[in-house]
Design a binder for this molecule. Structure first.
Ligand SMILES: NC(=O)c1ccc[n+]([C@@H]2O[C@H](COP(=O)([O-])OP(=O)(O)OC[C@H]3O[C@@H](n4cnc5c(N)ncnc54)[C@H](OP(=O)(O)O)[C@@H]3O)[C@@H](O)[C@H]2O)c1
Length: 223
C-alpha cells in the first residue's frame, strides 16, 4: 500500500492523520490489525486492544519500528481488553487506554467495548446502537458512525475465502463482481471518518460491501 505522503493530499486530506490518537479494539488479528497498521501509516498514534497481548505486542513493535525518525518513538501501545469481562475490568482497561497517550481522538470499536469518557469520534461495526449513541453523544461533540462491512479476509473468513465457488457467487450476485480487499476498501472509509473532513458526519451507516446486499436475495439457483 502507498505511504500517506505518496497519495494526493489535496484530493484526500484524510490520508494525513498526523496527530490523531486512535484506539482499535479487536486489534490482534483480521480487520482490527490491518486497520491499526493503516492508521499508523497515515500518521496516527494507535492504541491496540484485544485479549491476546502477545499478538498486540508484535503489532506494536511492527508499528513502532517502522515510522520516520521525526515521529515520536512510541506510536503504538498494547492494551489488554476483554469486552466480555465485568465492568470493573473493562473500566480498568479503558482507563489504561485513556492514559496511554493522554487522550483518545477516535475509537474504532471493532470488537465492541463501552464506557469511554475521553473520546471524539466513534466508529462501530454494529449497526443498531450507533444511532442512539449518535443522538446521546452529539451534545458532547462525539460523532458516532457505523461501518457495515462485506466479506473481507481475516481469521474467521480465511477458510471460506479459499472456496472456489465463492468467486462464482461474486460473478453472479455481487454488483461490483468482487469482494475487494480490506485495504483500501475499509481503510479509506475509516481514515475519512477519523479525519476532521467528516466533522459534520454522525449517525451514519457506511455499507462497504461492493453492493452485495443490494440484490436482497442471493441468486443461488443460477450458480
Ligand atoms: N471479516 C469479515 O468479512 C467481516 C464481515 C463483517 C463483519 N465482520 C466483523 O468484524 C469484526 C472483526 O472481524 P475479523 O474478521 O477481523 O475477525 P478476527 O480476525 O477473528 O478478529 C476478531 C478480533 O476481535 C478480538 N476479540 C474477540 N473477542 C474479544 C473479546 N471478548 N474482547 C476483546 N477482543 C476480542 C480478537 O482478539 P483476541 O482474541 O486477541 O481478544 C480479534 O482481534 C467482527 O466483529 C466481525 O463479526 C467481519
Amino acid at each position: 500500500m502507498a505511504e500517506a505522503g505518496t497519495r494526493t493530499p489535496g484530493l484526500a486530506p484524510w490520508n494525513n492523520l498526523e496527530g490523531k490518537i486512535v484506539m482499535v479494539t479487536g486489534a490482534s488479528s483480521g480487520i482490527g490489525r490491518d486497520l491499526c497498521l493503516d492508521l499508523a501509516r497515515a500518521g496516527c498514534r494507535v492504541i491496540a486492544a484485544a485479549r491476546r497481548t502477545d499478538r498486540l505486542r508484535s503489532l506494536c513493535e511492527e508499528i513502532n519500528g517502522s515510522g520516520p525518525s521525526q515521529r515520536s518513538a512510541v506510536r503504538s501501545v498494547a492494551i489488554e481488553l476483554d469486552v466480555s469481562a465485568d465492568e470493573p475490568s473493562i473500566a480498568a482497561s479503558v482507563q489504561r487506554a485513556c492514559d496511554a497517550f493522554g487522550r483518545i481522538d477516535g475509537l474504532v470499536n471493532n470488537a465492541g467495548v463501552r464506557g469511554f469518557v475521553c473520546l471524539k469520534i466513534y466508529i462501530n461495526n454494529v449497526v443498531f446502537p450507533k444511532q442512539v449513541m449518535a443522538l446521546e453523544l452529539g451534545g458532547s461533540n462525539i460523532r458516532v458512525n457505523a461501518i457495515a462491512p462485506g466479506l473481507f479476509r481475516s481469521e474467521i473468513t480465511a477458510a471460506l475465502m479459499e472456496k472456489e465457488w465463492l468467486n462464482r457467487v461474486a460473478e453472479k450476485t455481487v454488483p461490483l463482481r468482487t469482494y475487494g480487499t480490506l485495504d483500501p476498501a475499509l481503510t479509506s472509509v475509516v481514515r475519512f471518518l477519523i479525519h476532521d473532513s467528516s466533522s459534520y458526519v454522525s449517525g451514519n451507516i457506511f455499507i462497504v460491501d461492493a453492493g452485495v446486499t443490494l440484490p436482497g436475495i442471493p441468486l443461488f439457483s443460477s450458480l
